[in-house]
Design a protein around this ligand. Structure first.
Ligand SMILES: Nc1nc2c(ncn2[C@@H]2O[C@H](COP(=O)(O)OP(=O)(O)OP(=O)(O)O)[C@@H](O)[C@H]2O)c(=O)[nH]1
Length: 357
């Protein structure tokens, strides 16, 4: 037992797999617990932190999780946590260690392109090891995407590209990323269960069973709804075994130096516009999703005469649109982050400008 160490849950998983949705549910359920949250985004906008922070429409402040400090959410934007462990992650962890008497649990959401291993290894560093332990690494898997063979398919594509282009020699495939995220898992969470039929669930299970030991449990969830007991208090002390976890990317890793990694081959940028017509924006966005290799797009739209902020979330070809909260004191603007391969900001900007009012 690690009675006097702060348990830390590391939530990993590919872009758009459902990590933020899960975290937001945990925070809603964990009323009264003092939880510090570290959110790492690959893109330059802190959209996840913003969504986690914003009070949902039915939010009852009295019930809200007791936050740590000002809002309890620490953002590590604009970089991948596994490559900035020393510069970004450790200073935040040291701040949390200083305030350990006020913290019951730490939750970390890694970027969708991050490898969990370097992060978990950091829990063996002096100054962290004495005070914190990794309660569990939770790997979130996008059920429909895995069922559709998206990761396997992309691996084949990358292989073909490799043959055509020497410069992509070290481009780790998405399948490798999935393998590496799964290899560190103490618990696998398959998200978007509501979108899976029985056959698809079987295909997902077959992929997982081939990659993780039988002792690692898998749970299927919809809309982030999972029992807290399933997610927290696993007491896995993952940092003690992390050296034994084999990763595709281990041979690239040089201690203290930036290593070759999936995100080196991804493009990411932010598009900012004024007020837009919601229907036109969605049409333009859907066209872009089918035309280009966009893995993830997310952000907010400002609609004329609407006090509410509209959230847009694209994962692969699927687009979710909803209102989350009034703009309040924020200046309404339309702003979306894009992550993909071979995509150009100017092309996307021009396409989205057709929605301007
Ligand atoms: N239908 C359905 N949609 C879901 C579920 N979980 C998440 N989503 C949607 O999937 C999209 C991505 O979810 P997020 O929770 O933002 O995913 P993420 O892993 O945090 O994404 P990144 O941080 O960008 O990597 C959003 O539009 C969610 O509403 C689910 O169980 N069912």
């Amino acid at each position: 037992m690690q009675l006097n160490k702060i348990p830390t849950t590391v939530v990993t998983g590919f872009l758009g797999s459902g990590k933020t949705t899960l975290l937001s549910n945990v925070l809603k359920q964990a009323a009264g617990k003092r939880i510090a949250v570290i959110v790492n985004e690959f893109g330059e906008l802190d959209i996840d932190a913003d969504l986690l922070r914003s009070c949902p429409l039915d939010c009852d402040d009295e019930q809200a999780t007791t936050s740590v400090g000002e809002n309890g959410i620490y953002e590590l934007a604009n970089g991948c946590i596994c490559c900035t462990v020393e510069e970004e992650f450790l200073p935040v962890m040291k701040q949390l260690v200083e305030r350990r008497d006020d913290i019951d649990h730490i939750l970390i959401e890694t970027s969708g392109l991050a490898l969990p291993k370097p992060l978990v290894q950091a829990f063996n560093w002096p100054g962290i090891k004495e005070y914190c332990t990794v309660d569990a690494v939770i790997t979130v898997i996008d059920g429909p995407a895995v069922a559709a063979g998206r990761f396997a398919h992309d691996a084949a594509q990358v292989q073909a590209q490799r043959l055509a282009d020497e410069s992509l020699d070290h481009d780790p495939s998405l399948q490798e990323l999935l393998d590496d995220q799964l290899s560190a898992a103490d618990l696998v969470v398959v998200s978007k269960n509501d979108l899976l039929d029985a056959g698809e669930r079987e295909r997902v299970q077959a992929v997982i069973s081939a990659k993780v030991p039988r002792a690692v449990k898998t749970t299927y969830i919809s809309h982030g709804e999972a029992e807290l007991d399933t997610l927290m208090g696993l007491d896995a002390a993952a940092e003690e075994r992390i050296h034994d976890v084999h990763n595709h990317h281990d041979h690239h890793h040089v201690h203290g130096e930036h290593h070759d990694h999936a995100h080196d081959h991804f493009d990411s940028f932010v598009i900012t516009l004024g007020e837009v017509d919601s229907d036109k924006l969605q049409v333009a966005l859907k066209n872009l999703l089918s035309e280009f290799n966009i893995f993830r797009a997310k952000g907010f739209a400002a609609l004329p005469g609407k006090p509410m902020r509209q959230v847009l979330q694209a994962v692969g070809k699927r687009l979710d649109v909803y209102f989350d909260r009034p703009w309040g004191t924020d200046q309404p603007k339309t702003q979306l982050v894009f992550i993909g391969k071979g995509i150009e900001a100017s092309v996307i900007q021009t396409a989205l400008e057709t929605a301007l009012v």
